[in-house]
Design a protein around this ligand. Structure first.
Ligand SMILES: Cc1ncc(C[n+]2csc(CCOP(=O)(O)OP(=O)(O)O)c2C)c(N)n1
Ligand SMILES: [Mg+2]
Length: 321
């Protein structure tokens, strides 16, 4: 698929934004500035960016506990994200949600969730709302290999299939659910095979190849917008770091980690762009430098922002009497 030079550069830049943002969040965590934990997206950037590069502003994404990359790819503001991660008043949830609750309805970001698989029925509900409104929006629903073993996955995908809802189910298969390897809990190689059970297309792709992801989502998007229902995409990828900031990931063989680091999605795409003459090494470096400055500014904004006042604790909290 031929994409314009500007679009290719935008895709490259977005992947770098995620990488540099995550590296900075990791660093700030080390300085004890992040309450709770964070789940880094480093290594999986091609999935979020390949998916969201196909989406319009009014399309929706449903994210997960490993959600920073999804939000950045869909257009969330880095400063408000970093402020939220640091628990600051200027963050997306006024500092009361943290890393796993970044939400921006103005950009179609429906939110993340710390409950594995719980985003799937929510995405199906968003798909139903689109169908009822009669628009041609779509929902991209991200979840992991582990989530695909939850009942919520099977119920959600089946319902979306039967009702022909405009949902693109994006399974990010990074081979592990915390310390549990896929090989211990599934007898199948491709999670995409599960689509057959629901009568919808299932496609397994190289999730470290941003163009492969882009093309697969392009097809799934056409199908969804045309009223033909959902698709299950399985993007094979790998997280470079441990499950969360606390996990040294000793359960993964060193050779496996090294093999995947060689398939780094950003390096691969950069080499491809240079090979086809879209950018030079120098231009790639300039983009990176620019991104680093933007991320540094977001971190500065977050660090200098105040914490929410204790009096605000119950603001935006709803209860039914
Ligand atoms: C319902 C539920 N069960 C267990 C957990 C604990 N937990 C948090 S993340 C995780 C692993 C999820 O694996 P996967 O879906 O593959 O996503 P990944 O972390 O690999 O991105 C588990 C078991 C949880 N948060 N929610
Ligand atoms: Mg996983």
């Amino acid at each position: 698929m031929e994409l314009e030079k500007e679009k290719l550069i935008e895709i490259y830049r977005k992947m770098l934004e995620i990488r540099r943002f995550e590296e900075k969040a990791f660093e700030l965590f080390g300085e004890n500035l992040v309450p709770g934990t964070i789940h880094l997206y480093v290594g999986q950037e091609a999935v979020a960016v390949g998916v969201c590069a196909n989406l319009r502003k009014d399309d929706y994404v449903q994210s997960t506990h490993r959600g920073h990359g999804h939000c950045i790819a869909k257009g969330a503001q880095l400063d408000k994200m970093m402020a939220e991660i640091l628990g600051k008043k200027t963050g997306y949830c006024q500092g009361k949600g943290g890393s796993m609750h970044i939400t921006d309805f103005s950009m179609g970001i429906l939110g993340a969730t710390g409950v594995v698989g719980a985003g799937i029925p929510l995405a199906v509900g968003a798909g139903l709302s689109i169908q009822l409104k009669g628009t041609d929006q779509v929902v991209a629903c991200f979840f992991g290999d582990g989530a695909s073993n939850q009942g919520a996955f099977h119920e959600g995908v089946n319902l979306a299939a039967v009702w022909k809802l405009p949902v693109i189910f994006v399974c990010e298969n990074n081979l592990y659910a915390m310390g549990t390897s896929q090989s211990e809990v599934m007898l199948i190689e491709d999670i995409a095979d599960r689509a057959t059970g629901y009568g919808i297309p299932g496609v397994a792709i190289d999730g470290n190849d941003v163009m492969a992801v882009y093309e697969a989502v392009h097809e799934a998007g056409k199908r969804a917008r045309g009223g033909h229902g959902p698709t299950l995409l399985e993007c094979k990828t790998y997280r470079h770091k441990g499950h969360s900031r606390f996990d040294p990931a000793k359960y993964r063989p060193q050779e496996e980690v090294e093999k995947w680091i060689k398939k780094d999605p950003i390096k691969r795409f950069k080499t491809r762009l240079i090979d086809i003459g879209v950018i030079t090494e120098k231009e790639a470096e300039n983009i990176d430098q620019d991104v680093i400055e933007v991320v540094e500014a977001a971190a500065k904004f977050a660090i200098e922002s105040p914490f929410p006042d204790p009096e605000e604790t119950l603001n935006d909290v709803f209860s039914i009497e």
